[in-house]
Design a protein around this ligand. Structure first.
Ligand SMILES: Nc1ncnc2c1ncn2[C@@H]1O[C@H](COP(=O)(O)OP(=O)(O)OP(=O)(O)O)[C@@H](O)[C@H]1O
Length: 980
């Protein structure tokens, strides 16, 4: 440690970083005092240089103790205190001016000169401090002074006259503080010197053998120095340095025997020795690198000096010793302490006190920094959240990709199956997988999703086969290119085709193919009810319709009675009081629906419609249509309705209605066929829809008008088709209009006349009302289509005529029915469709229109099939329908009934697959009406037609949707698939 000048100390103020340094240890030998000289004691110790001293009498005492001791500084007996201060204490003492806490100890045995040395050091320090202050006017210094003593382990304020011991408090920042210790701000150096005098006076001093003025306490004088640059006083960035320097004059260790102490002195000596022992322990511990427990708290001395010993204070220890041989043991102990202290390190640092303004500003900056860090942390946290969310979404995307891949595979598999089934030709020769599949399971089992998918696949292929005839028209096209759109189109066709198996599934067994057949079948009645309710709004009550039951074989009573048909509404029940069993609404409303819809509504909405609409059709065509539709009118036995249609107003309204029916029928035929064709047209080849429509119309017309012209192989030629188109066009001959497009009065008159002659002019009474005969005649007008009426001279029909007309219709009805049945067989019409129609036909005149439509449809279809233009592979669907019926038979027939049925149908009860045998015999013999009726009865029961009267009208396409629709554009259009 070099000398410390005032200037250098000020310059160190900037060096605020704490650094480790050793305690500065020096030894001062005092000269032999008078008593020692009187005892002729010699000095055992000799300072050989400034840092080394030796024990001179080692050989004489034959001691093994060290002879030489080296310390930071060795002061001999003639060394003045000022030199001791300058070389051993000044730097440490003046550190306080640089803001570094410092402490200067005086340690040694009693009467060794501690007080003598420390008093001189303190005075020198005060002088130097004030001298420094005087030389550094640019800074403002504030010096405070406090003094205490530890006497018998009691802390006492030396600046206070109150001898009450002070308490020691532990402060987290400042360490141990002395409560209520007076801290006097010094005015100047003299003031300090006065206080030092007070302290000296206040200190406990006692006379001992060794020292007449022995200090009996540890004294700590504390000088606090605060300084700040005058230039920045009051400024926001001003700062101050503050530190304290402790001048510690320890009580001297002593031996009771040497000091001859007793009583108070002995007690004092004990406390002194105990506290010095603790101090020695602390030093020893600290000298060993602070390992283990440092017993600061074992005494108040070490507790107070904790910050100085091994803390952040710069420390100097001046060990004083007597060179007299009589004190050699104590001298060695002092040297041992000094040696330990020499090993202790401290961390001196500058204590900077920031002004309040500067502190506020500094705190504000710190706050801003922390806020910024917080924002960064928030941003980081947010980014972490975003990363987490992104990761989660990536996981979802990956999961969805996986699902898409699986679904794609399923779709490809389904498509592959559909293609395979298509390539098999559609014939139900190989029941696999359908047949085998269902053989393994009961219909009562619920379908799994995969099974449902299989059903859909097979049904899809079936639809594809139903529409595959269009592919025959795609000459020169790659079939692969047709597959996808073809299937899609087939699906559309399938979904809108009431004759497809899917219709049966959706309409009668629920829309979900996953549901079991049985469960769905049980819901059939409910579905019927729902559909029935929908159609009720367009029904007209027919109270006196005859029953259809006479056309059916008897069914088990239980079946007839089982379940209340939804058709039997309360209103209907009230009508059931008639002698004849009333035909259910589900059947009776059908003809009326066709009559009313859309024309009836149209008529109702346009009561005053002019016959001009009718005139759009050529008279020739009118004749034809009127002849057919006139059969509708008498079916309405309701008198009011009959009067409405047969009354004087019939000529225009009825003509319009009938013509509208025909027009809508044809238009819907065209539209429906166009729907089937549209998808293909888009992908196959450009082709006018009208051209295709013409072809359809051609076929329909050819069926009813002239024998087909076919090639050798039975197919039609292109010319035939072209001609048919022309024929159909002339069927609806363009209107004859005036130059401006309006009809002439003559045209109108002629049209009215044509219609009037078609239906024989009504004969009315003078008041215009119809006679009973008129009404009777009108009711039988439908029969005029089949043979000219025979009238009496006055134009009225005879009873025989009426009887004959009824007989003629009955004959014609039977003929048409047989023809239809054979066509069904030829066209592979679904059995449920046949059954319903057969139940519907009962010989009423109202059947005529349906039979006409059905005949036209079947004829067209048959001719189309036979022409080779199309290839409808409906037999496969038919077989599958039979398979469905087979499954349904499990529920609908008891074991006993089934056995009876098998026997009736000639199926051995010992044979296998009896249900299969039976269902594949149904509707097989188109020429055997008994067989047909039996088949219809069985199918009706299996499907859920409770009896013939309860056949659902939906079968005729009148209610495919539960959604309310415009009747005019709905009923006929959706009935058309049956006609194609
Ligand atoms: N270096 C010295 N030169 C001349 N006289 C000295 C020196 N050191 C001490 N003395 C004298 O020795 C006597 C004892 O000194 P001092 O009281 O300072 O001892 P001490 O260590 O403080 O004793 P105690 O522990 O009992 O208080 C005093 O009379 C003092 O004047």
């Amino acid at each position: 440690m070099g000398s410390i000048s005032g200037d250098s100390a000020a310059g160190e103020c900037d060096d605020s970083n704490a650094h480790e340094e050793k305690i500065f240890v020096s030894v001062r030998l005092r000269p032999l005092n008078e008593k020692e000289l009187l005892r002729n004691e010699i000095s055992d110790w000799e300072c050989i240089n400034t840092t080394t001293m030796i024990f001179k009498n080692s050989l004489q005492e034959r001691t093994m103790l060290p002879t030489a001791y080296a310390f930071d500084r060795i002061f001999g007996c003639d060394c003045p205190t000022k030199q001791v201060y300058d070389e051993a204490a000044k730097k440490v003492a003046l550190s306080v001016l640089s803001g570094i806490n410092s402490s200067i100890f005086a340690y040694g045995q009693t009467s060794s000169g501690k007080t003598y040395t420390m008093s001189g050091v303190t005075e020198c320090a005060v002088d130097d401090i004030y001298d420094y202050i005087d030389k550094h006017r640019e800074r403002e210094f504030v010096l405070k002074f406090s003094a205490m003593e530890i006497y018998n382990e009691s802390v006492r304020d030396l600046l206070s006259t109150d001898s009450t011991p002070l308490r020691l408090l532990d402060d987290p920042e400042r360490g141990t503080i002395i409560e209520k210790l007076a801290e006097v701000t010094l005015r100047d150096s003299d003031h300090l010197r006065e206080l030092l005098t007070v302290c000296e006076a206040q200190r406990q001093i006692g006379e001992t053998t060794l020292n007449e003025m022995s200090s009996r306490s540890h004294q700590i004088l504390r000088l606090i120095v605060e300084s700040s640059a005058r230039e920045y006083l009051g400024a926001a960035n001003s700062s101050a340095l503050t530190a304290s320097v402790n001048f510690i004059d320890l009580a001297g260790s002593e031996c009771a025997s040497q000091t001859s102490s007793a009583g108070t002195r002995l007690k004092e000596g004990c406390h002194i020795n105990r506290s010095l022992l603790t101090l020695g322990t602390v030093i020893r511990k600290l000298s060993k690198g602070r390992n283990g427990h440092v017993p600061y708290r074992d005494s108040k001395l070490t507790r107070i000096l904790q910050n100085c010993l091994g803390g952040n204070a710069r420390t100097a220890v001046i060990c004083t010793m007597s060179p007299a041989h009589s004190h050699v043991e104590k001298s060695r102990n002092t040297l041992l302490f000094a040696s330990c202290a020499k090993q202790v390190s401290t961390n001196a640092r500058v204590n900077v006190v920031v002004s309040e303004k500067a502190l506020v500003k500094q705190l504000q900056k710190e706050l801003a920094r922390l806020e910024n860090e917080l924002r960064n942390l928030s941003s980081l946290a947010a980014s972490c959240d975003s990363a987490s969310a992104l990761k989660e979404k990536e996981y979802l995307i990956e999961k969805m990709d996986k699902e898409i891949r699986e679904l794609t595979q399923q779709r490809d598999l389904a498509r592959s199956r559909a293609e395979d089934l298509l390539h098999t030709g559609g014939e139900y020769q190989n029941p696999k997988p359908w047949g085998d599949y269902h053989e393994k399971r009961s219909w009562t089992d619920e379908y799994s999703a995969s099974e449902a998918s299989e059903i859909i696949d097979i049904t899809r292929s079936d639809v594809a086969s139903r529409t595959s005839h269009f592919s025959d028209r795609c000459e020169g096209l790659n079939s692969n290119k047709l597959e996808e759109p073809f299937l899609e189109n087939s699906e559309m066709q399938f979904l809108s085709d009431d004759t497809s198996p899917r219709l049966y599934i959706d309409k009668y067994f629920g829309p979900d193919p996953c549901k079991g057949w049985e469960k769905i079948a049980q819901e059939t009645d409910k579905n019927f009810e729902d559909n029935f309710k929908e159609v009720q709004c367009i029904e007209i009550d027919f109270a006196n319709r005859s029953t259809i039951a006479d056309t059916l074989p008897p069914t088990p009573k239980g079946d007839q009675d089982s379940g209340q048909s939804p058709c039997s509404s309360d209103e209907e029940t009230s009508d059931a009081g008639s002698a004849n069993v009333p035909r259910s609404k589900s059947c009776t409303d059908l003809p009326m629906t066709m009559q009313k819809s859309p024309s009836s509504e149209f008529t109702e909405e346009n009561e005053s419609i002019s016959p001009y609409e009718f005139e759009k059709v050529s008279p020739e065509r009118q004749d034809d249509n009127q002849g057919k539709l006139s059969k509708i009118e008498p079916t309405a036995n309701d008198e009011d309705l009959s009067r409405k249609y047969l009354g004087s107003s019939i000529t225009t309204d009825l003509m319009n209605e009938k013509e509208e029916n025909i027009k809508i029928l044809v238009e819907d035929c065209i539209a429906n066929q166009q729907t089937c064709e549209t998808g293909l047209d888009e992908v196959i080849k450009p082709k006018s829809q009208m051209q295709f429509v013409d072809n359809l119309d051609l076929e329909a017309e050819k069926t009813s008008k002239e024998p087909e012209k076919t090639t050798d192989d039975g197919s039609k030629t292109g010319q035939d088709i072209q001609k048919s188109t022309s024929d159909w066009s002339t069927e609806f001959e363009p209107e004859k209009t005036t130059d401006d497009g309006s009809k002439t009065d003559q045209d109108i008159q002629k049209s009215s006349s044509d219609w009037s002659t078609e239906f024989e002019p009504e004969k009315t009474t003078d008041d215009g009302s119809k006679t009973d005969q008129d009404i009777q005649k009108s009711s039988s007008d439908w029969s005029t289509e089949f043979e000219p009426e025979k009238t009496t001279d006055d134009g009225s029909k005879t009873d025989q005529d009426i009887q004959k007309s009824a007989s003629d219709w009955s004959t014609e009805f039977e003929r048409q029915k047989r023809e239809i049945i054979e066509l069904w067989d030829a066209c592979c019409t679904p059995l449920v469709h046949r059954t319903y129609f057969l139940l519907l036909f009962k010989g009423d005149p109202s059947d005529a229109v349906y039979m006409e439509v059905e005949l036209r449809r079947l004829s067209f279809l048959k001719n189309t099939l036979s022409s080779g233009q199309v290839s409808v592979k409906s037999s496969r669907a038919l077989n599958r329908e039979r398979e469905m019926l087979i499954k349904q038979m499990i529920k609908k027939y008891s074991k006993k009934d089934k056995e009876a049925l098998f026997q009736k149908w000639g199926i051995s009860l010992k044979s296998k697959n009896r249900r299969h045998q039976l269902c594949h015999r149904l509707w097989k013999d188109a020429k055997n009406m008994d067989h047909i009726n039996e088949s219809a009865a069985i199918v009706a029961k299996l499907v859920g037609f409770k009896d013939g009267n309860h056949a659902p009208k939906e079968m005729f396409g009148l209610s495919f949707s539960l959604k309310p629709m415009n009747l005019k554009s709905y009923s006929w259009r959706h009935s058309l698939p049956l006609m194609i």
